[in-house]
Ligand binder design. Structure first.
Ligand code: GNR
Ligand code: NI
Length: 173
């Protein structure tokens, strides 16, 4: 059980384009497990490797509710291979933008191709919160945060507040 610290914006490590893994081996599985521990510890429903300072294309997701059995998903090299015509707007949050929320419009349904924890190629159709979450995580792998998908006014307001909080936290008492 390893809980890794989650990087908070603004930070250049959240802006990188992550690199595909060659295969899901023991090393990648270790990363997936540490990410899942870190995600649960932070009470998130998804986490992407760049948020813990790793530049591989790996995400973990669990959108089960608190009163349900956990449903962890492990995805390496996730790719959107199909999207619905209809969109959905969802209030998004991000562990790298703590305490900030904004409505983001994305396709309601997506088909995702990925390598699972056993290095098998899988394809799933996702909709609703699962579709939103997986798209949010794939964005992280491309250096995109949800604030990049809202108005410049909202984006700058959120990023300025986070920048200010960092500066204050860095001040000696
Ligand atoms: O925990 C999270 N909740 C969430 C809510 C709406 C849309 C996306 C998310 S993902 C977020 C965790 C996170 O920052 N993943 O990158
Ligand atoms: Ni996020």
């Amino acid at each position: 059980m390893t809980v890794l610290p989650i990087i908070v914006a603004p930070d250049p490590r959240l802006k990188i384009k992550a690199k595909p893994v060659d295969a899901v081996d023991d090393d990648v599985r270790q990363l997936m497990d540490d990410m899942l521990d870190s995600m649960y510890a932070a009470q998130g429903i998804g986490l992407a490797a760049p948020q813990v300072g790793d530049d591989r294309r790996v995400i973990v997701v669990d959108v089960s509710r608190e009163n349900e059995d956990p449903q962890p998903m492990f995805l390496a090299n996730p790719q959107i291979v199909g999207v619905s015509d209809d969109d959905r707007e969802h209030e998004e949050g991000c562990l790298s933008l703590p305490e900030h929320y904004a409505a983001v419009v994305r396709p309601d349904q997506v088909r995702i191709r990925y390598l699972d924890r056993d290095n098998e190629i899988c394809e799933i159709d996702a909709e609703g919160i699962l579709a939103t979450c997986i798209q949010h995580e794939i964005d992280h792998l491309d250096g995109i945060l949800f604030v990049d998908r809202v108005s410049a006014l909202k984006r700058n307001m959120i990023l300025r507040k986070l920048q200010k909080a960092k500066k204050l936290a860095a001040q000696p008492a």
